[in-house]
Each structure stands twice: as C-alpha cells, then as structure tokens.
Design a protein around this ligand. Structure first.
Ligand SMILES: NC(=O)c1ccc[n+]([C@@H]2O[C@H](COP(=O)([O-])OP(=O)(O)OC[C@H]3O[C@@H](n4cnc5c(N)ncnc54)[C@H](O)[C@@H]3O)[C@@H](O)[C@H]2O)c1
Length: 318
C-alpha cells in the first residue's frame, strides 16, 4: 500500500512511518518541520520506499499534487500542544481544522477516500461520565485545541456521508515513549535538570491522567484498521488505568534520585483547558483483541530514558 502521512516527522508520525515501512509499505511523509525533526527520520530515510516532502498543509497546491497516487492517508499533523491555545486563538483553527479541510479536499480532488485521524480525549472537555466512552453525551469544550479537533472529526464524518469517504478516528490520551518532545515528562525532566532541589507543579498535582505508550498506540491503530470497517470508526485509545500528576513526579524523582521541594501553583487545573480527570473507556478497542503491553509507570520511565539519552531534543526546541 502507498501511505501518505501528514506530520510524519513528529513524535507519533515518525514512529508510524517506521512501522509502515517495516510492514513493507511505501510511505510519503509530508511535514513542515514546525515541531518535526529530521533526526526522527534517520531510520525511515534508509528505506528506498520512503519519500519526504517538506511542505505545509496550508499550501493547497503542493498538498494536492503531493497526495496524488496514494491509497491511504494518516493525518497526524497539527498544533499538538493543548496548553497555550488562548495565547494564539487562530493557531488551533488554522493548524488543526483548516489543514484537515485541506487534506480532505486534496483527497477528494484526487479520488482518494480512506483517512485515519489523530484526535484526542480533550474533545470530551470535562466529561460527566468517567471512564468516558466514545458515545458519551456531547461534550462542552474547554480548550481551543479540543474544539478544533472536534471540528475535524465533524468534517471527516461529513465527507464520509457526502463523498463516500471512510474514516478511522482515534481519540488518544497523552502518548508517551521514544521521540516524545512535549508534555509533562518533558517539562518535569527539564525543570529537574536545571534545579534538582525545587520544582514548580502547575495546579495542585492531584489531576488524574491516563497515558499510553507509543508502540501500544500503534498496535491499537493497526488492529482497528484491520478489523473495523464502518463508514466512520471512532476509538478511544488509552490504558485501563490512570495516575495522579503527583504519582508521575514520584516515579520520575525516584528514577533520577532527586528530592525536590514541590511548589504547586494551586487549583484543580494547571492551565485553561486542563482537564482534572481524563480517563477514557477503551472497551471498544479492547473488544477487538488489543490491550496495552506497558503500564503508565513503565511508559513514563521509558520516556524519561529516551529524554536522558537524547538531550539534543531540548536544544532543538526554542
Ligand atoms: N502526543 C500526544 O500525547 C497526543 C495526544 C492526543 C492527540 N495527539 C495528536 O496526534 C498527532 C501527532 O501528535 P505528536 O505528539 O506527534 O505531535 P508533534 O508536534 O510531534 O507532530 C506534529 C507534526 O506535524 C507537523 N506539522 C504541524 N503543522 C503542520 C502543517 N501545517 N503542515 C505540515 N506539517 C505540519 C509538525 O512539524 C510535526 O512534525 C497530532 O494531531 C496531535 O494533536 C497527540
């Protein structure tokens, strides 16, 4: 198969490209390198079946010509950081919703109709039902990121209805593992490196979160693509456990031998749109025979190990 992967130089996208190549596919990575890294493509570039296009999804002409001739699109490119939405209200709309429209249009014009999309548990806002199933009551949005991703899901469903597309929508919890470049493990390790004696924690540290290891996430995606064949297939992807931010800090500190004095900024939420309790119901994907191999703790420690062995990641991000 010939796969087109938007955001293929990013954390999740580059791991996905490697997997697709290992399975013997042709892969085109389309990325503007806003957060993606050339270093993450070292393995992929060794394959004759890999092609890299440095381009922006807002460049409709380049996108349309680049996407032609592929069988399937993985659309992962996005502004993936939920935290700073209110600092730049246009970014999530443009980098998430508009580019998704551009991808769908480019596909339609080229007679393509199969797309997998990386959505997020953030679309549930502060869910009333926990663990939150895919058919939970329609959520009130608490972040521009979540709102923009929900709009993308809506567009994919509408293209399925209107133009015969088939979509696989994955609502991830926070993903952990090799090539991780943003999120709480990244921030805490950076803070502890600069001062192991004290550390600021956003919120009260009691926020409850669920996480999933990247290779488990990719296993789940491939099982869903193999076994789910509706017009629109929506899956929560996460572990059947959660932890408090404080648990995570404890595991990181134990592993680093650090005993920092913790300074909490206070309140139930670390930032606007921070969800104090994210825990997704994963029975639907579990029923297809998937379960994660790594626990949250194991995923967090693997992520720390990656960051310790790849200090260049910190230097590469302004
Ligand atoms: N990492 C997580 O915990 C998590 C959780 C839920 C959902 N997601 C979603 O998964 C996807 C991948 O996330 P990630 O963590 O790998 O993020 P990432 O920032 O590492 O990857 C995003 C990639 O998209 C590229 N990109 C961004 N805007 C682009 C544009 N306009 N044109 C071309 N390329 C562009 C970036 O350069 C980068 O390589 C995103 O859609 C994100 O919203 C991630």
């Amino acid at each position: 198969m010939r796969y087109f992967v938007t955001g293929g130089a990013g954390f999740i996208g580059s791991n996905l490209c490697d997997r697709l190549l290992q399975k013997g596919n042709d892969v085109t990575c389309y990325d503007n390198f806003s957060t993606g890294k050339d270093n993450f493509l070292v393995e992929a570039k060794k394959s004759p079946n890999f092609r890299l296009i440095k381009g922006d999804l807002l460049d409709e002409k380049l996108l349309e010509s680049s996407i032609a001739g592929h069988d399937f699109v993985f659309h992962l490119a996005a502004n993936a950081d939920v935290r700073f939405g209110t600092n730049h209200p246009r970014r999530d709309l443009e980098q998430n919703t508009i580019v998704t429209f551009n991808v769908l249009e480019a596909m339609r014009k080229n007679g393509m109709n199969k797309i997998a999309f990386s959505s997020t548990g953030s679309i549930y806002g502060e869910a009333g039902v926990i663990p939150t199933p895919e058919d939970s009551p329609f959520p009130i949005q608490t972040s521009l990121y979540g709102a923009s991703k929900l709009a993308c899901e809506g567009l994919i469903s509408a293209y399925a209805e209107g133009f015969g597309f088939q979509g696989w929508i994955f609502r991830f919890v926070s993903i952990l593992g090799e090539r991780y470049t943003h999120g709480h493990v990244y921030d805490f390790y950076q803070k502890l490196k600069s001062d192991p004696n004290k550390m600021q924690v956003l919120g009260n540290g009691r926020q409850k979160k669920s996480y999933l290891y990247i290779q488990d996430c990719l296993d789940a995606i491939f099982i869903a693509l193999d076994k789910a064949n509706e017009k629109v297939n929506i899956f929560n992807l996460g572990t059947r456990e959660y932890c408090e931010v404080n648990n995570s800090i404890q595991w990181l500190c134990e592993s680093l031998g650090a005993q920092p004095k913790l300074e909490y900024t206070g309140g139930e939420r670390g930032w606007i749109g921070d969800n104090p309790f994210i825990f997704l119901d994963t029975k639907k994907i579990n029923s297809l025979g998937w379960k994660p191999k790594l626990s949250i703790r194991e995923g967090i420690l693997k992520t720390l190990e990656f960051l310790q062995n790849n200090e260049w990641v910190y230097k590469s991000i302004p």
